[in-house]
Design a protein around this ligand. Sequence first.
Ligand SMILES: NC(=O)c1ccc[n+]([C@@H]2O[C@H](COP(=O)([O-])OP(=O)(O)OC[C@H]3O[C@@H](n4cnc5c(N)ncnc54)[C@H](O)[C@@H]3O)[C@@H](O)[C@H]2O)c1
Length: 392
Amino acid sequence: MPHTVGIGIIGMGWIGTVHSRCYRQVSDRYRDLGIQARMVICADEVKNRAQEAQERFGFEHWSTDWEDVISNADVEAISIASPNFLHIDMIRSAAKAGKHIFCEKPVGMNPLQTAEIESIAREAGVISWVGYNYRWAPVVQYARKLVQEGKIGDITHYRGRFLVGYGRDPNGILSWRFQREFSGSGALGDLISHVVDMAHSMAGSIQSVTSTSETFITQRPIATKGTGDHFSTGSAESPKGDVTNEDYVGALVHFSNGARGSFEACRVIKGPGCEMAFELNGTKGALKWNFERMNELQVHFPDGSDEHDGTTLIQSSPKHPSYVQFQTGPAISMSYDDLKLIEATEFLKSIVSEKQGEPGFKEALAVAEVQEAMKKSWESRKWEEVVSLRKS
Ligand SMILES: NC(=O)c1ccc[n+]([C@@H]2O[C@H](COP(=O)([O-])OP(=O)(O)OC[C@H]3O[C@@H](n4cnc5c(N)ncnc54)[C@H](O)[C@@H]3O)[C@@H](O)[C@H]2O)c1
């Protein structure tokens, strides 16, 4: 008999539909685990989104009231896929009801909310999970293993970036992401969260940062509530509203192990489409990965022979973690949704085994502490120490 986990999802926009699609596939892709997601209820304040999601993904119920997801007795685990300003109230309510919680990054609107959220879930003793999906690419998992096994030597340099163009059109609508009131920070929460989590998992904790931010596009066409997504556009003639958070964040970074690094994220850049990438150099070798070619890892292991000194391209294969569930032969490309499916599976495994895995809210808090130091540096224009925000 499979172990069935009742699922409720709040927010049926872009990522809520991805979560729904992925939970449904866990029992197929990971047959050996014997875990089955039961699609109990979905909610969205926009009625037709909730209704349509029920039909598309086979939920037993739908609602326009997110509290219905939390109060449903058949729901054991909840995905929170709503705009950031709603995360904390939903998590408080879900934790009180003893539900396990998968919250999308950035986990709240700001670092202090992330700290509050971490404490709420810890006190309630529920399993928490976060959508740092880029960790799960098979060659990224392999890269982490190489670092942990000491194959790269001592890490000396780390460069992380997330350069995307979803906001590069000035007529792109003023969705919730561009408004501090609904999103909190901009590129810091939306993009740097992934960059810092990846840096933590590859190169370890961060001691201090100096950072800068900028908003390049300061006004956008006002969005019509309940329609469109953050790729939707208005016209040059549409009434405009102010963008109230940052498009760009850059930082210099000192890691606790002595490595030096830099981070950069931008949501309005021309050129890169979804360049979530890292480069890591150590005393024995180097690694390079870019999500735009997520099935490829470049490794550099100098062997002292100058004639063929250079990088080697490694393609995802059944030898790498989480690959065989998707493809049986090497170099058959996987996709973004596959990473979300691996992530959903790891969350359900954590619930079934009753063992908190990674990344949970503890890892989100570690990210938030770095974000808080970056924000301080925007004001002070100085290096800032990363300090604990953990509530006792
Ligand atoms: N991990 C990733 O790669 C990734 C990618 C995209 C989004 N996200 C995160 O997921 C979250 C949602 O982002 P999105 O792009 O899916 O946004 P979205 O705007 O596409 O979807 C959000 C949905 O929430 C609904 N909603 C708003 N208020 C609600 C309420 N009170 N009750 C119920 N539903 C409500 C909206 O109607 C909308 O359908 C954000 O925190 C975002 O940062 C993560």
